[in-house]
Design a protein around this ligand. Structure first.
Ligand code: ADP
Length: 176
């Protein structure tokens, strides 16, 4: 029988999960039967949150989604090549979010390389709403580190976690 279920993988570091990520997740989950959010280990980026914390954070955010039009959503960690992870999930496509032109160079190159690895898995680009397009995890962390208000970029639950994390890190620095 022909495969009818449409499966997508949305990979990212999610350090932390922002309103921009959630916007892409909602859009993706509306057009797919199953969306697997792949949380990358990405030790190279020196994440603020551990892999387990990031997986838990994305799961908690996804649990708050209340939209009858969205398909099934799963959250899984991965430390393999993205294309291998997508193949293991039986994915038809990989979702990426595009913000400004600044994302384009990197995404263009990645999409080209990934298409060589497996041309059967399509790379789809989605744009967040204009309210969320400028949001970046890196800037959220920079603002929070300096004591700024991040509540218009992330959910209240994520804001609490980020602020707690910086609180903890500050305490550690004082104790060292
Ligand atoms: P990565 O380390 O893969 O860049 P991120 O967690 O930073 O992981 O981002 C995951 C994906 O979400 C990327 O495709 C990124 O472009 C997209 N993304 C992040 N923030 C936004 C946003 N505000 N609007 C649209 N896409 C976004």
């Amino acid at each position: 029988m022909a495969k009818t279920e449409r499966v997508g993988v949305y990979p990212g570091t999610f350090d932390p999960t922002t309103n921009g990520h959630m916007d892409i997740i909602k859009r993706g989950a509306r057009v797919l039967d199953r969306l697997v959010i792949g949380v990358a280990v990405n030790a190279g980026k020196g994440p603020l949150f551990s892999l387990d914390e990031r997986v838990e954070m994305v799961r908690d955010e996804v649990a708050t989604l209340d939209d009858p039009k969205i398909g099934e959503i799963e959250v899984k960690p991965f430390d393999s090549l993205l294309m291998q992870f997508a193949e293991a999930q039986n994915a038809d496509c990989i979702l990426r979010g595009l913000r400004a032109v600044s994302d384009f160079d990197y995404e263009f190159q990645m999409a080209g390389m990934n298409a060589r690895l497996n041309a059967d898995i399509e790379i789809l680009f989605l744009m967040a709403s204009e309210r969320h397009q400028f949001i970046a995890s890196r800037l959220v962390k920079e603002i929070a580190a300096l004591g700024g208000d991040i509540t218009s970029f992330v959910s209240p639950a994520v804001a609490r976690r980020v602020n707690e994390q910086f609180g903890r890190l500050d305490l550690q620095a004082v104790n060292e």
